[in-house]
Design a protein around this ligand. Structure first.
Ligand code: URA
Length: 197
């Protein structure tokens, strides 16, 4: 048996998927969580933002991006005329908080990915924004550096994926905010082009 089993979420509806995430024991991250954090927002959104994993506040509240990084994410959304829950869905690459907020390991990303895959299949967003390297790694199944992946359009099952810096990174490296702003404008243009078609 492999060290990490992979959840099978292929045909689940929203309620069953959410219940399965909340009860998940597919990897060791379940041991230290307060609760799993499935995601939040408009289930018919054009925009899907994918973060890394819950932090302390998200673990306590059961909702993604409600702490400091979440405040910045809200500002990033507002910068391109978006708002949480309005044509936007927010999820994480892993649904349970990694201890001490460490980066999720590839095996954890892989174990959790079927849940994100099912969320994407149910939402059918027009565009996905990967926030930071682990989100990009989960979606694109390859480890890429944000600096070299910015400004490009990747593909997940026919859906364009744009990669930018994670808001928590931007809080530590505010000089890179201008680049994230460019990336959001790029994403905005991609969305416009897709809506025009
Ligand atoms: N950072 C993330 O990647 N996700 C959250 O939900 C909160 C902080």
């Amino acid at each position: 048996t492999p060290a990490v089993r992979v959840a099978d979420a292929a045909d689940l509806d929203w309620d069953t998927l959410t219940r399965k995430i909340l009860a998940c024991r597919e990897c060791a991250l379940c041991e230290q969580r307060t609760q799993a954090v499935p995601g939040v927002g408009d289930r018919e959104a054009d925009w899907l933002f994918v973060g890394e994993g819950p932090g302390a506040e998200e673990d306590a509240r059961g909702e993604p991006f409600v702490g400091k990084a979440g405040k910045l994410l809200d500002a990033m959304l507002a910068a391109i005329d978006l708002a949480r829950g309005d044509n936007v869905y927010i999820a994480n690459a892993v649904k349970c908080r990694p201890p001490m907020n460490r980066t999720p390991e590839p095996a954890e990303l892989a174990a959790c990915f079927p849940y994100l895959a099912r969320q994407i299949a149910l939402i059918r967003p027009r565009l996905i924004v990967a926030l930071g390297r682990p989100a990009a790694q989960a979606l694109l199944n390859t480890d890429i550096r944000i600096a070299s992946a910015r400004g490009r359009c990747f593909d997940y099952q026919g859906i364009p994926v744009i990669v930018t810096y994670h808001p928590a990174y931007l809080l530590r490296n505010p000089l890179d905010k201008a680049k994230a702003w460019e990336d959001l404008c790029f994403a905005r243009r991609q969305m416009r082009e897709r809506l025009d078609k």
